[in-house]
Design a protein around this ligand. Structure first.
Ligand code: HDD
Length: 698
């Protein structure tokens, strides 16, 4: 049959052949390839056909099973937060919190609870870019000894809406438009701003979303929040209110908008790669868990409602109590099985933690369980390894698609008296250790008639938006105003920008004027607020720039070299940078060997065009006179330096590199240094003072 094409049949491992090769017998030391039914496969390269040039046979169960399985590899992506990156780790308690909660994970100092944490963008599809302007999801699954607790939060401490009934509208408005299916992963389009400008309760969140919080430098450098007010309940049944905060050890840091835009081209997977590489290198990202604990009396003393998820309690008024740390120390083994199939649900809660009547939270308690069924296809999604609790699960729920367990015995109902007759009767409820919902004393303000209403203070939509604005540095304020201008400039519906600016007039006159001027529209009239805003004291804790952690830890330094680069200067720079906890990354016009001054060759980590300076926190230009002359002809080199300067990064350079810096428009300032200690200090900062000279901001 095949003697016409009987060439070499030695295909090595996984190699290709052009003809069927009779099995030579088991490969020593290798696992056998099998079908999903366990049948050994003799040939994984050629389907079964009738003759070398004949038709493929329906009989080929190996082919059909392989293609069938492949055809069904994708599952529906999440309707929101589809793009995510995750890691395993643990949460370690600093001390016993038994006075405020009976939750087992908080009872003992040093207690470690395994976690799986998934970060995400909200609006884009699963294959979208990592760095759009967007809120980031921060979902933590604690596998506690008492069952799974999911704290499904974001990197912003508030939300767009006050009631879950509005969520489908928010999501429809922000995701790609219904008829044209664009834009992907961004809010800068008509339908989002049409909806948002008609929904004043979004204003506070919009301030955050237009701030640098929505363009984080790294998933490892963002804060996280539980957002809603939850309850903690102790053994005696006493309850306190609580808000959850995650604080990154590496400090909170963001990119600039121009940088975020360029990162989308430089690396679609910028955040995913950054998280994966840091963990793979043993630089485990870490956060502290901070609690704001308070009682009803304190809640009632506030001029806003703690059940309103569009409000924060400033730290200056109620400081955080740090109660433990979260460490991510293991990358997933398989993206689909873990990151994609993980199913978070805010209703997953353990004894000692409880819900409040926050109307957004209440709606979420329904939505997530429901979505997991349509996403994962079966009510048994909890049996998937990533979702399965790491404590016993015992009940009488049975059957359903993809049932993985094989329950034994006759008892599949309760109560039963089988145990009294020598047969196992199965598990029983326990009023002592079982989860008991906190019972509010009767007759309080939280109870009432059945009404479609919201509590009175929810109507204040602007006071905290103003508080956020007044808490920012002037650089951050100009970023916020410019982001409003950028987004609204993309809106074609003429009625929308004036309406939005009319809302902003309730936040701050100057902000509204700057946005109107940036758009080139007349200042509209103020939209009447549902409730007049009040002035609240600024909260410096809300500013990223005021709280920047000056450190090189976890950062990446780009080092541009070319032919003749001084080997000594380069070696000592790499040593210094590494010693400071950063990762050096050598960039050269050619990825292969670049000849250094000592005659030796150096292999670059990245090629110049493929490694633009957006990828780095600070840069070094270590060139010889000859190398500089060559790079003066290279647009990519000029852009590399222009962008580093424009993104307010520290730049260090050899004297010989000066002509290139000058051509790129670099002007001397504190951020432009010669190699050495000055650079290490500068590289831990951004030079925001530089910005007004470089770009027009609103
Ligand atoms: Fe949600 C996913 C966070 C309001 C309905 N949400 C989802 C994820 C995060 C959040 C981080 C991704 C989890 C993961 O990584 O798999 N969502 C929030 C926060 C909210 C919020 C912080 C407000 C404080 N969400 C919210 C409301 C509803 C939903 C009001 C519906 C009424 N969210 C969903 C969902 C998702 C989801 C449709 C999509 C995929 C999933 O649940 O598992 O059910």
């Amino acid at each position: 049959m095949a003697d016409k094409i009987a060439f070499d049949t030695d295909r090595g491992e996984g190699g290709e052949t052009h003809q069927h090769v009779p099995a030579k017998g088991p490969h020593e030391g290798m696992d056998h390839l099998t079908t999903n039914q366990g049948i050994r496969v003799s040939d994984n390269q050629n389907s079964l056909r009738s003759g070398a040039r004949g038709p493929t046979l329906l009989e080929d169960f190996v082919l059909r099973e392989k293609i069938f399985h492949f055809d069904h590899e994708r599952i529906p992506e999440r309707i929101v937060h589809a793009r995510g990156s995750a890691a395993h780790g643990y949460f370690e308690s600093y001390e016993s919190l038994s006075e405020i909660t009976k939750a087992d994970l908080f009872q003992r100092k040093g207690e470690k609870t395994p976690v799986f944490v998934r970060f995400s963008t909200v609006a884009g599809g699963a294959g979208s870019v990592d760095t759009p302007r967007d809120v980031r999801g921060f979902a933590v699954k604690f596998y506690t000894k008492e069952g799974n607790w999911d704290l499904v939060g974001n990197n912003i401490p508030i939300f767009f809406i006050q009631d879950a009934i509005k969520f489908p509208d928010l999501v429809h408005a922000v995701k790609m438009e219904a008829d044209r299916a664009y834009p992907q992963a961004g809010s800068a389009h008509d339908t989002f701003w049409d909806w948002a400008s008609l929904m004043p309760e979004t204003t506070h969140m919009l301030m955050w979303a237009m701030s640098d919080r929505a363009i984080p430098r790294s998933l490892r450098m963002m804060q996280g929040f539980g957002i809603h007010t939850f309850r903690l309940v102790n053994e005696a049944g006493q309850s306190s209110f609580v808000k959850f905060h995650w604080r990154p050890k590496l400090g909170t840091q963001s990119t600039l908008w121009d940088e975020a835009l360029k990162l989308q081209a430089a690396d679609n997977d910028y955040h995913r790669r950054d998280l994966y590489e840091a963990i793979a290198a043993g630089n485990f990202p870490e956060w502290e868990l901070g609690l704001q604990v308070f009682d009803e009396k304190f809640a009632e003393s506030l001029p806003y409602d703690v059940l309103d998820p569009t409000k924060i309690i400033p730290e200056e008024i109620l400081p955080l109590k740090m109660v433990g740390r979260l460490v991510l120390d293991r990358n997933p083994d398989n993206f689909f099985a873990e990151t994609e199939q993980v199913a978070y649900c805010p209703a997953n809660i353990v004894p000692g933690v409880d819900f409040t009547n926050d109307p957004l939270l209440q709606g979420r308690l329904f939505s997530y369980l429901d979505t997991q069924k349509s996403r994962l296809g079966t009510a048994n999604f909890h049996q998937l390894p990533i979702n399965a609790p790491k404590c016993p699960v015992m009940n009488f729920q049975r059957d359903g698609q993809m049932q993985m367990n094989v329950p034994t015995g006759r008892a599949n109902y309760e109560p039963n008296s089988l145990s009294a007759h020598g047969e196992p009767g199965g598990p029983r409820e326990c009023p002592v250790t079982g989860f008991r919902t906190f019972e509010k004393p009767a007759g309080t303000a939280e109870q009432g008639d059945k009404l479609r209403v919201r509590a009175e203070l929810f109507a204040d939509h602007y006071s905290q938006a103003r508080l956020f604005w007044t808490s920012q540095t002037s650089s951050e304020q100009s970023h916020i105003a410019s982001a409003f201008v950028f987004e609204l400039s993309k809106v074609g519906l003429e009625q929308v920008p004036p309406r939005m600016v009319g809302n902003l007039l309730n936040v701050d006159q100057q902000l509204a004027e700057r946005v109107a001027a940036g758009l080139g529209i007349a200042l509209p009239n103020k939209n009447a607020p549902a409730r007049a805003p009040i002035d609240l004291d600024p909260s410096p804790a809300l500013s990223i720039q005021k709280n920047m952690k000056e450190t090189l830890e976890g950062r990446k330094i780009g080092i541009l070299i070319a032919e003749g680069t001084d080997a000594k200067v380069l070696a000592s720079l790499i040593k210094d940078v590494t010693g400071a906890g950063a990762t050096p990354f050598v960039v050269a016009p050619k990825i292969g060997k670049t000849g250094l001054s000592n005659g030796k060759g150096m292999k670059a980590d990245g090629q110049l065009l493929g490694s633009p300076s957006q990828l780095f926190d600070a840069v070094a230009v270590i060139l010889s006179a000859e190398g500089c002359r060559q790079l003066l002809q290279d647009g990519a080199a000029l852009q590399w330096i222009m962008d580093a300067f424009g993104h307010l990064k520290a730049i260090t350079h050899t004297a010989e590199a000066l002509p290139l810096l000058q051509k790129a428009g670099v002007e001397p300032d504190d951020g432009v240094t010669s190699p050495g200690n000055d650079f290490l200090k500068a590289a831990a900062k951004r030079f925001f003072d530089r910005e007004p000279k470089l770009r027009m901001l609103a």
